[in-house]
Design a protein around this ligand. Structure first.
Ligand code: KG4
Ligand code: ZN
Length: 333
């Protein structure tokens, strides 16, 4: 089976082609980061208009790179939500146009399911069941994943997502959008322990989290600093922030491993690209003799491959009869 995946929920237009026989065949991504940077964040209207400019060209690009023709496609998978309404609409319009023209099914994928299943594109890939930590710009969740389609929410942030905390800390430090990679790079130069920040809810006897207090403690540190322009101080603050986030996420993940007795862990979502977080969680999980999996680095943030992978997993989870029924529905649409 051959599935085309389209992602357009925020500021990245991503398209990819995946095969049930050979895995990911080709993918292409256009990021709007440079366009939004001047505004310090994503401008929804500009995002939608740029997706319109890119989406069809990226589909053509991916099919050409793969050397395959559209008539070979078995389904189109597209991010259905959550995301910016206008941006989502563009990807969905393109996916449905292709589906309609070729009389093939269009599979709506939940963006977070895409992030989660991006880990299936790593080598080796994790087998089900596993525990998942999803850390993106909008979500921070711990889930028990029994099999494809079975996701049990065990805990989540009560306020800001971890990625949001990275982005706000970047803003407070005058670093460009999106802040995560910049805060991470600055933290590399800082000393652990030089500035200690709050670790909200780290000891709460559950899997709930909170990152808004951490953001406040960064703000307080910036406001009370003698010289907030000092590079060493800035690096130490970034390091203190990264250490606080990674400590909380590691503590909650280990608690979840103990509670569920699951030893296989998947960490996904944009923040899973963070080097310090990867190192900290890998160490914590291996100490418990667990196994940890991340998506390939370039597939941690938004992309089309994760949506194609989720669409293919959906098709593969269906019986032959269900697949036939889906095909018939598409033909009579
Ligand atoms: O998953 P994603 O691409 O989009 C959403 O679905 O939200 O995640 C974006 C988030 C942003 O907050 C960004 O700052 C963060 O992921 N991020 C990082 C890194 N790369 C992206 N945070 C920390 N370190 C990174 N290297
Ligand atoms: Zn995302």
């Amino acid at each position: 089976m051959l599935v085309l995946g389209i992602e357009s929920s925020c500021d990245e237009t991503g398209v990819a082609l995946i095969s049930s026989e050979t895995g990911l065949i080709a993918d292409a991504l256009h990021t709007q980061i440079d366009m939004h940077r001047a505004y310090g964040g994503v401008v929804p209207e500009l995002a939608s208009r740029d997706h319109i400019r890119r989406a069809v060209a990226l589909v053509d690009d991916v099919m050409a790179k793969a050397g395959r023709s559209r008539s070979e496609l078995d389904a189109v998978a597209v991010t259905e939500g959550p995301g910016l309404a206008g941006a989502l609409l563009v990807g969905n319009a393109v996916a449905h146009a292709i589906g309609w023209a070729l009389e093939i099914p269009v599979l709506g994928v939940h963006h977070l399911e895409g992030h989660l299943l991006a880990a299936k594109l790593s080598d080796p890939a994790p087998e089900f069941p596993f525990l998942a930590l999803l850390v993106s710009g909008g979500h921070t969740q711990i889930l028990k994943v029994e099999r494809f389609g079975s996701y049990k929410l065990l805990g989540e942030t009560l306020d800001d997502a971890a990625g949001e905390a990275f982005d706000k800390t970047a803003q407070l430090l005058g670093l460009p959008y999106p802040g995560g990679p910049h805060v991470s790079a600055l933290a590399e130069k800082g000393a652990s322990g030089a500035i200690e920040l709050a670790r909200p809810m780290i000891h709460s006897p559950n899997l709930m989290m909170s990152f808004s207090g951490l953001k406040t403690s960064v703000l307080t540190a910036v406001q009370s600093a003698e010289n907030p322009e000092d590079e060493t101080w800035r690096a130490n603050l970034a390091r203190g922030f990264v250490d606080a986030v990674t400590d909380v996420l590691a503590a909650k993940l280990i608690r979840a491993m103990k509670e569920t007795k699951l030893e296989r862990v998947v960490v996904a979502g944009g923040v899973s690209a963070n080097k310090q977080l990867r190192a900290r969680l890998t160490d914590a999980v291996r100490r418990r003799r667990g196994e940890i999996f991340f998506p390939p680095m370039r597939l941690c943030t938004d992309n089309g491959a994760m949506i194609a992978a989720a669409g293919l997993a959906r098709l593969e989870s269906m019986s032959e009869a269900e697949r036939e029924a889906l095909k018939r529905e598409s033909a009579f649409r």
